[in-house]
Ligand binder design. Structure first.
Ligand code: PRP
Ligand code: URA
Ligand code: MG
Length: 211
């Protein structure tokens, strides 16, 4: 299975706080950022290292540094922006590629409205960030866009995943590893993850009453 559920106690505790019915916009935003940081730590665990010799305080010292360092973070608008600062805390030099998708509330299909990728995608690891993997349509569309633009190495970081979304991504793009704080039960008739978090975009941006 191409899904890693990060069961670290801090991840699970923060997810529990996010699930509270009366969580405020401010708290939801802060927790999203904190959770993104921890999930990104796991997702970057296998970055390649290279050996170097540097001058230390007592002479030459052998160290390991990240090889290449070419990485792009790909927030899916809007909700993915809520995770961006958390991920950038760990990889401050990463370039940012932005994808705008809105899920049509009736068809549940993603409708693209923005795309701006950094250069040299063929040479970079792309870390897609979006809090919710529901039907998986938005994630598959984003991976399609990245691959069309030459990207070959892609990982996805979400806060909550539904089995339906994991299956769709696995079938369409078995090379893409997904990192999530939870694999929830199912989708309801409106395509919301149960138990999930409700509408993550609305909760991060404070746009409508919470569900
Ligand atoms: O897996 P899917 O069924 O495609 O659904 C998940 C998508 O839905 C949400 O975004 P939404 O389209 O509501 O946009 P928003 O971030 O602007 O709120 C969420 O942030 C994902 O991008
Ligand atoms: O549960 C869901 C599904 C899609 N988008 C959300 O924000 N939440
Ligand atoms: Mg939304």
């Amino acid at each position: 299975m191409q899904l890693t559920v990060v069961d670290h106690p801090l991840v699970q505790h923060k997810l529990a706080l996010l699930r509270e019915e009366d969580v405020s916009t401010n708290k939801f935003r802060l927790l999203t950022e904190e959770l993104a940081r921890l999930l990104a730590y796991e997702a970057t665990r296998d970055l390649q290292l290279e050996h170097r010799t540097i001058k230390g305080w007592c002479g030459d010292v052998k160290v390991q540094k990240i090889k290449g360092k070419k990485l792009t973070v790909v927030p899916i608008l809007r909700a993915g922006l809520g995770m961006l600062n958390g991920v950038l805390d760990l990889v401050p030099s990463a370039k940012i590629s932005v994808v705008g998708l809105a899920r049509n509330e009736e068809t549940l299909q993603p409708e693209p409205y923005f795309e701006k990728f950094v250069g040299s995608l063929d040479d970079r690891l792309a870390l897609i960030i979006d809090p919710m993997l529901a039907t998986g349509g938005s994630m598959v569309a984003t991976i399609d866009m990245l691959k069309r633009n030459g990207c070959k190495q892609i990982k996805a970081i979400v806060m909550v995943a539904a089995p339906e979304g994991v299956k769709l991504v696995n079938e369409a793009h078995p090379d893409v590893q997904i990192y999530s704080a939870a694999l929830d039960s199912h989708l309801n008739e409106q395509g919301y993850i149960i138990p999930g978090l409700g509408d993550a975009g609305d909760k991060i941006f404070g746009t409508v009453a919470k569900r």
